[in-house]
Design a protein around this ligand. Structure first.
Ligand code: ADP
Ligand code: MG
Length: 386
């Protein structure tokens, strides 16, 4: 039994005066490739991190939801289920409450819960601490109330909680990754129909490592910029007469761009989405043919596209990627929505200590906040622990 699991069980008992009915876990994620494609009905390829949210939960039958987070601290927050409403809560409790709201809205007979949770997923680092929080609650309630919902369906409900209840416009990738990823695999997900394939991604077996460089930067305007990119993609799809940019094939890109004429911003956005979808397919093919090292340049190409065409990078992410590649990494890119957050670096295991030192020194020389660098091992998705 892990220390996090014991702590959360004990924390529950201390607050609610009895052992929980069960304990569940849901991980954060990094996206290997496929950025800003999910809301264009395209492809993504995340894998789960060992960092996870763990929740101890018991049912209640009196219409009350009681919530406590070890990281948020403070008193237990008590909410009435019949008073849950989108936009009514701007604290962390909106994430778990939003999941309960979405389940009940979908007709599932959830009558209350006591929750104590703790998460090792860093918040605001582009590693999806919010999805980990949502999915762990959804899975716990699915289990306790015997709902029998599949992972992709729980992910949809969690996305609805985040989009509608919390009010954050996100795609479907984060929640699906947390709910559905498998140890030693990356998840190839088609965000149009949520069909998925587990792609073996065993870095250690090939003497490789994947580093996460958390820049610890989060730009305040990221929400508005995200909305603007999203609107630009929708405009591109409308101009091209397709449902979503996913429908523009890679070999039809030049013709599509020519049709967009001189709308320079839309041209850039469309070019990123279409080439990025193609990069996901290339990475799947390369991993299938056993060439994990060969995906490095595709990752780096993806970064250039996010920096120059989609324009969601920032100096810290560019420095992490540039420094890593100059110091002998196999490839690197920003991961997550951008404007801060984390970069990933694919490297030979033997090169990790030197690479880490070089990146940290480069950040110090640029007077940037010291980044947090750690290895990401493809880990299990959401599951019951006890
Ligand atoms: P990301 O998902 O990239 O980490 P978000 O802004 O989407 O960033 O979600 C972060 C928010 O999720 C936090 O501000 C907080 O409200 C909530 N959150 C994440 N982890 C916890 C936790 N352990 N306890 C309480 N709230 C948390
Ligand atoms: Mg999030």
């Amino acid at each position: 039994m892990g220390a996090q699991q014991v702590q959360v069980g004990d924390g529950f008992a201390a607050r609610y005066g009895a052992a929980p009915e069960g304990v569940w876990a849901a991980p954060g994620r990094v996206n290997l490739i496929g950025e800003h494609t999910d809301y264009n009905d395209g492809f993504v390829m995340p894998f789960a991190l060992p960092q996870q949210a763990v929740a101890a939960v018991s049912r209640r039958d009196d219409g009350l939801l009681r919530l406590h987070s070890a990281e948020a601290g403070g008193d237990v927050v008590e909410l009435r289920l019949d008073a849950l409403a989108p936009g009514s809560d701007d604290a962390w409790t909106a994430y778990p409450a939003g999941v309960v709201w979405a389940l009940r809205e979908a007709g599932h007979p959830v009558t209350g819960a006591d929750v104590h949770l703790s998460s090792t997923v860093p918040t605001g680092a582009g590693l999806s601490s919010s999805a980990a929080l949502e999915v762990v609650i959804a899975l716990a309630l699915d289990d306790l109330y015997g709902l029998g919902l599949p992972g992709w369906r729980l992910a949809r409900l969690c996305q609805r909680a985040e989009n509608v209840y919390v009010g954050a416009p996100t795609g479907i990738m984060d929640q699906t990754a947390s709910a559905c990823c498998a140890s030693g695999h990356a998840l190839f997900l088609d965000s149009r129909d949520l069909s998925q394939r587990q792609i073996p991604f065993d870095l250690a077996a090939e003497g490789l490592r994947l580093l996460v460089v958390d820049t610890r930067v989060q730009h305040a305007h990221s929400g508005g910029e995200y909305g603007r990119r999203r609107a630009g993609c929708e405009k591109g799809a409308a101009l091209l007469g397709v449902d979503a940019l996913r429908d523009i094939p890679y070999d039809g890109l030049d013709a599509a761009l020519a049709r967009l004429g001189d709308d320079e911003e839309v041209v850039r956005l469309v070019r990123h989405v279409v080439t990025e979808n193609h990069r996901v397919e290339r990475v799947v093919d390369l991993l299938r043919s056993g060439g994990t090292r060969a995906i490095g340049p595709v990752l780096t190409e993806g970064h250039a596209s996010l920096r120059d065409d989609f324009r969601v990078s920032c100096p810290e992410l560019d420095l992490a990627v540039g420094t890593a590649n100059a110091a002998g990494a196999l490839g690197a890119r920003m991961t997550g929505g951008g404007f801060g957050g984390s970069a990933i670096v694919l490297a030979e295991a033997a090169d990790v200590p030197a690479l880490t030192g070089t990146i940290e020194r480069a950040f110090a020389e640029a007077s940037f906040t010291r980044p947090r660098v750690f290895e990401a091992v493809p880990s299990p998705g959401a599951r019951r622990l006890a």
